[in-house]
Design a protein around this ligand. Structure first.
Ligand SMILES: N[C@@H](CCC(=O)N[C@@H](CS)C(=O)NCC(=O)O)C(=O)O
Length: 235
């Protein structure tokens, strides 16, 4: 059975990582049996990030690569009924969510001084003293440096949240009044979207990103729908 390595539940969601939530939804969507192994340290994974899986004794990282593997080797089809154009749109929105909007979520968690104590206690509360005195700040610096390297964190705070708000508006416009991104049945994009939105809408952080998300009743409804379908124990 596939072992899925991911952190424990947090922020009123299955866990704090959009990528982990996406992958767990994909496994459920494809009815592939899996066992969760609680893992909070990304450094234990093959790419230094979570989630990762163990399959037939080998470790595999990156939710996107794992998604491809599940389709190629485990009979999953996360795009049933979609045209080639739909698949292209799905990929473009996936990148919008994971390579851009996710960074605004990270900003709201790691840059905002008001949220930092929540993040620090959640991720590092179990780290033994004296490491707990300096490791959290070290990691915070690393996350911040990565986002400055990307470029987004060089922008004014208001522009960063405007980017998040614009991206969410584009997603809301695309979902429209459909129950799922492409209609009546969920596909990979719904898993990706839910991973992001659960961390924004369900989480108890009061940030401009959350304010922007809840302006879209269809995104709020999508989050509730996905949560009820895939994580009924959390509703
Ligand atoms: N492209 C990766 C991204 C995974 C990712 O960024 N995971 C975050 C948690 S949400 C992580 O492990 N961060 C730790 C780090 O970057 O050191 C995927 O799709 O799995």
């Amino acid at each position: 059975m596939i072992k899925l390595f991911q952190p424990p539940p947090a922020f009123n969601a299955a866990n704090p990582s959009p990528f982990c939530i996406k992958l767990e939804v994909l496994l459920k969507m494809a009815d592939i049996p899996y066992e969760i192994i609680v893992e909070s340290d990304p450094r234990n994974g093959p790419t230094g990030k979570i989630p990762f899986i163990e399959v037939d004794g080998a470790l595999m990282g990156d939710s996107g690569l794992i998604q491809n593997f599940l389709e190629a080797e485990k009979g999953a089809n996360f795009h049933t009924g979609l045209s080639e154009t739909d698949k292209a749109i799905s990929l473009a929105f996936t990148r919008l969510i994971e390579e851009h909007t996710y960074l605004v979520l990270l900003y709201s968690r790691w840059f905002e001084d008001a949220n930092w104590p929540i993040i620090r206690d959640l991720f590092f509360g179990a780290v033994p003293i004296p490491l707990r005195w300096f490791v959290p700040n070290m990691i915070r610096k690393k996350v911040k440096a990565g986002m400055v390297g990307h470029g987004i964190a060089r922008l004014p705070r208001s522009s960063i949240y405007q980017i998040g708000s614009d991206n969410l508006a584009a997603l809301a416009a695309f979902v429209g009044d459909k129950p799922f991104a492409f209609g009546e049945a969920p596909t990979a994009l719904d898993a990706t979207l839910y991973g992001l939105l659960s961390g924004i809408i369900d989480a108890d952080f009061d940030t401009p990103l959350k304010h922007a998300a809840v302006q879209h009743p269809n995104l709020v409804a999508h989050t509730a729908r996905m949560r009820a379908k895939y994580f009924p124990e959390l509703t």
